[in-house]
Design a protein around this ligand. Structure first.
Ligand SMILES: [Zn+2]
Length: 462
């Protein structure tokens, strides 16, 4: 089995051919830890978690290295720290902001069914590697010093702009908006900059400028190098990172290492908007993962995210969340019939995912399996269960029933059980009119009965 993935560099799908099949390597840009992650931030985490699971399946979990970084040095972090903790030293305030945000992020993504990556490097622990890269770029003539900054000279790289396919004019027009006076070329970007008083700072690369801190782009080049090597197989992130972030990562790594590529395949997930609008704090539709998790199980949110193929834009709506919950609950009702048995991961689902993570097709296959299972195919139920587990959903326990009970707090379990017992009595005395009446009464309040040889159970329908 091989994977075919869409590569932004060639704007087409290509077969994944690992540079070293014994060590399949993937890097994904992780969060900047200054604020609660919103549902848009969850998209790459879920998408690349799914790819990680698929790579583990195809190549063996011990042969896959998945690196997702944590950006813990950034202007936004500094600003947030100063705003939240005005009375304490900035470095201490930054530590608090990054620790709290980092902890919440990990809680959030674990609840969304995401496995921890193989390595989760932090920017502040890789300043030495960043400095090394910057020194090399200066020596090679790809970077220069100006007014206590070190800048990458975009003109020194003939094919700069290949990933985003932006023309030089377009990039110039974008860059000209606010051109710093020390830039030789408006498109040149910062590798190192001076810190303001009180901000975190490190001695500069080779002492060439004043103490300061690295720019954002260089951190990913440094962490990818440290944990994956000079070149690797897959680099992922949101589509908003193509330019300038990924373009600049490529420029730094390729020029520093004299390599024809940084990663073989560049994958980007599409945008996410909420109820038809771009998410923004000013519109009041800024939806954090934490808030959604107060209302919905993580499995439902994960399922909703995968209902759309990762490259397509998602409109995140409440209606779609309801649909995801309905579908997932139906699957989990089926998996409860497996009596603890496992099946095989559906090969049709694997094939769908191997074709550029075609999750809508994979979900269609789950529905087909569930249909077979409901018609009495025990093995289909077992396969459905194992496939759901492979996709990162919980299949043990009572599924969504506990959650549904919470959403219907008016349901009185004792009263329902009394009615269920009364119906059993009516059936035992062959009073079918009465037993049907009770069944209808329960259905009217959303309770569905299931009769089997072992008696009657009930569950809440949506
Ligand atoms: Zn990055």
């Amino acid at each position: 089995m091989y994977l075919t993935l869409h590569d932004t560099l060639i704007r087409a799908k290509r077969r994944l051919e690992p540079l070293d099949p014994a060590r399949v390597r993937m890097y994904v840009c992780g969060p900047t830890v200054y604020d609660f992650a919103h549902i848009g931030n969850a998209r790459p985490v879920i998408v690349f978690d799914l790819l990680f699971r698929l790579l583990n399946y195809v190549y063996g979990a011990d042969r896959v290295v998945y690196v997702r970084n944590i950006t813990d040095v950034d202007d936004k972090i500094n600003a947030r720290a100063a705003e939240e903790y005005p009375g304490i030293p900035l470095n201490e305030a930054i530590r608090r902001v990054t620790e709290i945000t980092d902890r919440q992020f990990h809680r959030d993504v674990a609840a969304l069914g995401c496995l921890p990556p193989t390595v989760e490097p932090r920017a502040t622990e890789h300043v030495a590697e960043m400095k090394q890269l910057i020194e090399d770029l200066v020596v090679e003539g790809n970077a220069y010093v100006a007014q206590d900054h070190v800048l990458f000279a975009v003109g020194s790289m003939p094919d700069y702009g290949k990933l985003s396919k932006r023309s030089l004019d377009e990039m110039m027009a974008g860059a000209r908006v606010d051109v710093a006076p020390y830039k030789r070329d408006p498109m040149d970007f910062v590798l190192w900059k001076p810190s303001k008083p009180g901000e975190p700072s490190w001695p500069s690369p080779a002492g060439i400028v004043a103490p300061g801190r690295p720019g954002w782009h260089i951190e990913c080049s440094a962490m990818a190098w440290k944990h994956l090597g000079k070149t690797f197989d897959i680099h992922g992130g949101g589509i908003d990172l193509v330019f300038p972030h990924h373009e600049n990562e490529i420029a730094q790594s390729r020029c520093a290492f004299h390599t024809p590529q940084m990663a073989s395949i560049w994958m980007h997930n599409g945008f996410l908007q909420v109820e038809g609008d771009k998410m923004s704090k000013s519109l009041g539709n800024f939806v954090t993962i934490r808030d959604l998790l107060k209302e919905w199980p993580g499995d439902v949110l994960r399922f909703q995210m995968l209902m759309t193929q990762y490259r397509q834009p998602i409109d995140w709506t409440k209606i779609a969340t309801e649909q995801a919950a309905t579908a997932l609950d139906a699957f989990q009702q089926v998996t409860k019939t497996t009596e603890g048995r496992d099946g095989r991961i559906s090969s049709a689902v694997l094939q769908a995912l191997a074709d550029d993570l075609n999750t809508p097709l994979a979900i269609a296959e789950l529905h087909r399996l569930a249909g077979e299972a409901r018609k009495g195919d025990f093995y289909a139920a077992c396969d459905l269960k194992s496939t759901l587990r492979f996709l990162g959903f919980s299949v043990d326990g009572d599924g969504l029933q506990d959650f549904l009970k919470r959403r219907h707090p008016d349901l009185d379990e004792a009263k329902i059980q009394a009615l269920v017992d009364a119906r059993a009595q009516a059936r035992a005395s062959k009073n079918f009119a009465e037993s049907d009446r009770i069944r209808d009464e329960l259905a009217a309040i959303g309770v569905v009965l299931k009769d089997s040889k072992d008696g009657t159970t009930w569950e809440i329908a949506r």
